[in-house]
Design a protein around this ligand. Structure first.
Ligand SMILES: Nc1ncnc2c1ncn2[C@@H]1O[C@H](COP(=O)(O)OP(=O)(O)OP(=O)(O)O)[C@@H](O)[C@H]1O
Length: 296
């Protein structure tokens, strides 16, 4: 597997507080990777470290085989659209393209112009007067025209209305397929991730809870429901991801490669949202961590 991003025990401190700690990750190339996790999990910090906007306090990170932001060549290989899709309010759309051309050695002027025309943006329009959706599209265009190998998007569509979000993600998918881009995209909107991502990483308290191809993850996770029972009564070979109990019923999310055939339990498939929620719960995350430490 070729990696686009590898982090080893990566940590970042703001003052005396860790924003990201002991984060180990390996993102494969050629995927649209969805990064999801609770507020404050460290997603933006990780993406900024990957974009070279922050320096690690501990551990190491490699992006496309190099240190993020270390050389002009390294910077040219990575496109970054930050959470607030920043553009220069006083510059026109055309001036943004000229700036992009001046700053980026691999700039694709034809593609930038074609995208701006397709989006119906007036080149003479000042960026400060664009709508949130148009600004996000302009920021995406500037990043795509850099012709990066890796595109990093930190909640780029969060502020957009459903239609603008749909169009933004559609453009993103087309561009990723057309230019064989690797993409990492953080979002709280699991429906968006479901639409565009073929690889998922769930980050909780800066630890990777699960990472893998979405179709494989969905095929190997099941909801198992039955009368209230302890997990040791579950079919053998499964790994309990989450457990919920009411007075009379137990519901487990179980990871297993083998089909579950046990008449004592009702087995159903999970949606991507169910899967993400099962891994996002901090109580379960702590229990899984302890279980792994005991086993290891
Ligand atoms: N500039 C900063 N100064 C101090 N602390 C910060 C700064 N940026 C982030 N943090 C802290 O670091 C931790 C991780 O923040 P980060 O923004 O990376 O999380 P996140 O997973 O992206 O969250 P969200 O989903 O809310 O955007 C949080 O506790 C946050 O308060």
């Amino acid at each position: 597997m070729t990696s686009v991003l590898q982090a080893q025990a990566l940590g970042k401190k703001y003052g005396r507080r860790w924003a990201l700690r002991e984060c180990t990750i390996d993102m494969p190339a050629g995927h649209v990777v969805g990064l999801v996790g609770p507020n404050g999990a460290g997603k933006s910090t990780l993406l900024k470290l990957a974009g070279g906007q922050l320096e690690p306090t501990a551990g190491g990170i490699t992006v496309l085989g190099g240190r993020p932001g270390s050389t002009p060549a390294q910077l040219a290989k990575v496109g970054f659209v930050a959470q607030d899709t920043p553009v220069y309010a006083g510059l026109t759309v055309a001036e943004h393209l000229r700036l992009g051309e001046r700053l980026n050695p691999r700039w694709d002027e034809g593609m930038a112009r074609e995208r701006i025309a397709r989006l119906g943006l007036d080149p003479a329009h000042r960026a400060g007067k664009l709508s949130g959706g148009q600004r996000a599209q302009l920021a995406l265009t500037l990043c795509l025209a850099k012709r990066p190998d890796l595109l990093i998007l930190d909640e780029p569509a969060a502020a957009l209305d459903p239609l603008a979000r749909h169009e933004f993600l559609q453009h993103l998918m087309e561009a990723a397929a057309e230019h064989k881009l690797s993409v990492v995209l953080s979002s709280h909107l699991v429906s968006d991730l479901e639409r565009v991502c073929d690889y998922l990483i769930v980050l909780v308290d800066s630890r990777v809870q699960i990472a893998g191809k979405t179709d494989h993850l969905l095929a190997t996770h099941h909801r198992v429901t039955g009368p209230r029972r302890d997990p040791d009564r579950l079919p053998a070979g499964g790994h309990v991801v989450s457990a919920r109990h009411t007075d009379g019923q137990s519901t487990y999310v179980v990871r297993t490669g083998a089909p579950i055939h046990d008449p004592a339990w009702t087995v159903s498939r999970l949606s991507l949202e169910d899967l993400v929620l099962a891994y996002m719960d901090k109580r379960d995350a702590e229990r899984r961590r302890v279980a792994l430490e005991v086993r290891g």
